[in-house]
Design a protein around this ligand. Structure first.
Ligand code: ADP
Ligand code: MG
Length: 352
């Protein structure tokens, strides 16, 4: 993939890769690395609808301020639910890069977008990037970017499978010859698992806990497979009946049971994708294994569980949270790859 001329030109071009994720937005500037890694959250005033803060600042604001501030996650379900908020968020992050690094004149931008976004939404993202000063804006399907970021041989005539577990969606794709051959996406990922924990606390302990505590509990004690050492965590919230603060100790075994339904859906979508994959490529998957990316793939034991259920080797990519943005950045570095992957999805000739 090394292209000396491209690298040389890149030193002047200052190209930007963006992962517009359902939970987090990451921005990579070529030659500088990842310069932004913030939640995809916009805080607005409930009544006036005025944008009060974006990104990390917005996430901090919500929950600490009076109820007139609400958090919007413009991409929560892998589709752009709130156009204006998405555009403002994108402009804000690109603007922030300019403020941090000094103005980057007319950068080329490659944006990873979820597979589920419609043509209209793609146009909107494209226009938003242009409005924010991009000279060129290319879109790349997130699983493709994730696969490149994970180091899979996407342009070769070999089948590679990537399973990207994000906040809002889990996307599974088999890639060969620079194209996505089979793909599936479900709206079950990290956020849904957090909700499982919220529901569990309410149903089993009459305890109301917040989304962000549920996420912390998941990270501290969630699992998809028995842990080498099970552990206890404290759930702090409000008693449903008395309304008073309450804390309950629960075990990682209970948390695993609470999230089992969502984990089973993730397992199922991987199995379905394998079933749909042409046999020649399934043989490649058996050789190469299945790569995991996305923050949700950090759930303890997810790799072991998937491996057990698919009878294939399953491995987490290096730095799974940053695969998409690094893949988008790498696509910029190699115009050839960019053109292949930025084109509409084409099935490789052999399997049409
Ligand atoms: P997206 O691409 O949709 O923005 P990310 O790839 O950034 O999402 O992943 C976000 C999800 O990863 C969140 O649900 C978050 O809770 C989850 N996550 C992050 N770290 C961990 C961890 N160590 N264990 C389990 N889940 C994690
Ligand atoms: Mg993602």
């Amino acid at each position: 993939m090394f292209n000396p001329l491209g690298t040389f030109l890149g030193m002047f071009a200052h190209d930007i890769g963006i992962d517009l994720g359902t939970a987090n937005t990451l921005v990579l500037v070529r030659g500088k690395g990842i310069v932004i890694d913030e939640p995809s959250v916009v805080a607005i005033h409930r009544k006036t609808k005025k944008v009060l803060a974006i990104g990390a600042e917005a996430k901090q604001m919500v929950g600490r301020t009076p109820a007139n501030v609400v958090a919007i996650r413009p991409l929560a379900d892998g589709v752009i639910s709130d156009f204006d908020a998405a555009e403002q968020m994108l402009s804000y992050f690109i603007g922030k890069v300019h403020r941090q690094l000094g103005s980057i004149p007319r950068p080329r931008v490659v944006l990873g977008v979820p597979c589920g976004v419609t043509e209209v939404e793609k146009m909107a993202v494209h226009d938003a990037a242009r409005n924010a000063g991009a000279r060129e804006a290319h879109l790349i399907e997130e699983p493709m970017a994730a696969a490149i970021g994970a180091g899979l041989p996407v342009t070769e005539p070999i089948g590679s499978m990537i399973v990207d577990v994000g906040g809002g969606t889990t996307e599974v794709a088999v890639i060969s010859l620079g194209g996505i051959v089979v793909s599936r996406s479900i709206r079950v990922a990290g956020n849904e698992i957090d909700q499982d924990i919220v529901t569990f606390a309410r149903q089993k302990y009459n305890l109301l806990i917040g989304d962000w505590l549920a996420e912390e509990v998941k990270i501290a004690a969630g699992s998809a497979y028995p842990l080498p050492q099970e552990r206890m965590v404290t759930l702090r919230g409000r008693d449903v009946i008395t309304g008073l603060p309450k804390a309950v100790e629960v075990s990682s075994v209970e948390i695993r049971e609470a999230i089992a339904g969502s984990v089973a859906q993730i397992v199922e979508v991987v199995r379905e994708t394998i079933e749909e994959t042409p046999p020649e490529l399934v043989a490649d998957l058996a050789d190469q294994g299945i790569a995991l990316s996305g923050g949700g793939s950090l759930l303890a034991g997810l790799d072991i569980r998937l491996s057990q259920e698919t009878k294939m080797r399953v491995w987490r990519a290096d730095q799974p949270r940053t695969c998409v943005v690094r893949g988008a950045g790498a696509a910029l570095e190699e115009i050839e790859v960019l053109e292949t992957v930025a084109a509409p999805i084409q099935h490789s000739r052999a399997f049409r």
